[in-house]
Design a protein around this ligand. Structure first.
Ligand code: CO
Length: 146
């Protein structure tokens, strides 16, 4: 019994709770995300983010996705995303500045993406929707915390 307890403490100390590594963010017909900050502990080797769209408008009118990049890369990525177009979910292909990205969703839909936090701790990171014109309202800080 005592050894089992020690094992439990060890497990807690060495790995983040799975729930801490699962993020949820909602989006809506008012062109907004439900939060401006997402935080995960650095101990998450894999993060799974689920994007929901609680609005009613279709994705060709009010589509939302979720891209993660260094804050300094965001302005150029906004341009590249627009050029990539709806056929690519407004995600530039094979672009290393895109650290993670979901597909594009419309009202009532959801999507998720899993990605590694390796090398992301301490970086100035921003998440945003790359649907043309949305980034100004739909963006926030992504923090990988110690
Ligand atoms: Co959007």
């Amino acid at each position: 019994m005592k050894s089992l307890f020690s094992l439990m403490l060890l497990t807690l100390a060495c790995s983040a709770q799975a729930s801490e590594c699962e993020l949820n963010i909602d989006s809506n017909d008012q062109m907004r995300f439900s939060t401006a900050t997402l935080t995960v502990p650095v101990s998450c080797q894999k993060v799974t983010l689920t994007l929901t769209h609680s609005g009613k408008l279709p994705k060709n009118v009010m589509g939302h996705n979720w891209l993660l990049s260094k804050t300094e890369d965001m302005p150029a990525l906004v341009q590249a995303a627009s050029a990539a177009g709806p056929g690519n979910n407004y995600i530039p292909a094979d672009d290393k500045r895109v650290l993670a990205a979901t597909g594009l969703v419309g009202g009532g839909e959801s999507t998720s993406v899993s990605f590694s936090t390796e090398g992301l701790a301490g970086l100035d990171l921003t998440f945003f929707c790359s649907f043309p014109g949305h980034w100004a309202l739909m963006k926030g800080s992504f923090v990988v915390s110690d």
